[in-house]
Design a protein. Structure first.
Length: 335
């Protein structure tokens, strides 16, 4: 029974992670035809309707009551469905194909951003092992972002602001995730639905204001028809299925073990863009490996049973530190 529970949890987390990994290459194609603001708003309008229908039939009309917490729900919803989606997709669009990889890598860095935010605002200082792994993951991110060319960060490069947009967006999703702790008495479905509806209400104000000011154009029916398959995928898999699969998978596995599956996000992204013809260099591959190894080592070193994991992963937990330094030495020798 326990093995079946663990297997189901692993499958659900894997489905979610691979859906999110596929999200960025698919979004890259869609963003050639539509701006990231209307793209995000329309996507989560669809998701919000679907979530509302599911919540109504599962928990009834009373689940839509805000219980005097509308302001908090709107704030956290805005962090996820305005700051995250619009910020990440704006940065990805401005950076082109490289932005697809960087957005995917930033997704993997969410646990690191969470630790930093808790350290700064909740005074929960991480231990020495965690700090070392954060530093190593940061080095890996630098390799991916710069592709080994550190002139990337010169202001004349034109990539710094899009990168900052992605970072702010990902931080918004971390804030949203942490906000769920304030609604422990609610089901995950209820929190997800109400924050999606209220957050997308703020997203509507953003696109409406941008349109009125002449900064944004309402997408035509022809444009929406052009991206109909991308929009359907983005709404159903990364938007709805991944959200519900991830939350259920974490319940079955525990967040400590489930978070390991977030490492499949960049792996899926790399596979897809490779098929699309993108030339991946050694720094992007090596940097991604550094991040994955650092996060996995940190997760597995925090204690708890890992007997449910395949032997290769348990073995890695003992020797990953040596692999980290080996990869880093290999990359620095190429600079």
């Amino acid at each position: 029974m326990l093995k079946n529970k663990v297997l189901l949890g692993a499958v659900l987390c894997l489905i979610a992670s691979m859906s999110w990994g596929a999200m960025f290459p698919v979004a890259h194609e869609a963003l050639k035809h539509i701006d990231p603001f209307y793209f995000s708003f329309i996507r989560y309008f669809v998701v919000g309707v679907l979530l509302a229908v599911i919540l109504y039939f599962k928990e009834g009309k009373s689940a839509f009551r805000l219980e005097g917490r509308g302001l908090a729900l709107t704030f956290f919803g805005s962090m996820a469905f305005v700051v995250y989606n619009m910020g990440v997709f704006l940065g990805q669009q401005k950076m082109g194909t490289a932005g697809t990889i960087i957005a995917s890598i930033m997704e993997v860095l969410m646990p690191v951003i969470t630790i930093v935010l808790l350290w700064v605002f909740a005074r929960r200082k991480p231990n020495g092992t965690t700090l070392r792994n954060i530093a190593i993951a940061f080095v890996g991110a630098l390799f991916v972002i710069t592709r080994g060319d550190f002139t990337f960060f010169s202001m004349g490069n034109g990539q710094f602001l899009p990168l900052l947009s992605i970072l702010i967006g990902v931080t918004g999703w971390v804030v949203y995730s942490l906000g769920g702790a304030q609604f422990k008495a609610w089901s995950t479905l209820r929190y997800s639905t109400l924050t999606c509806i209220l957050g997308n209400g703020v997203a509507f104000l953003v696109v409406a204001s941008g349109t009125a000011a002449g900064w944004l154009d309402v997408p035509s029916l022809e444009t929406l028809s052009t991206i109909k398959y991308e929009m359907a995928f983005m709404s159903l898999l990364p938007g709805l299925v991944a959200l519900l699969s991830w939350n259920k998978g974490l319940q079955l596995l525990s967040s400590t073990h489930g978070v390991l599956f977030i490492n499949f996000v960049p792996i899926t992204t790399f596979v897809i863009i490779a098929f699309q013809g993108y030339s991946i260099n050694a720094f992007e591959i090596g940097g991604t490996l550094i991040i994955i190894l650092a996060l996995a080592h940190n997760t597995l070193s925090q204690g708890g049973s890992s007997s449910w994991m395949p032997r290769p992963i348990r073995t890695y937990a003992r020797y990953s530190r040596f692999q980290l330094f080996k990869v880093m030495r290999s990359l620095t020798s190429k600079m």
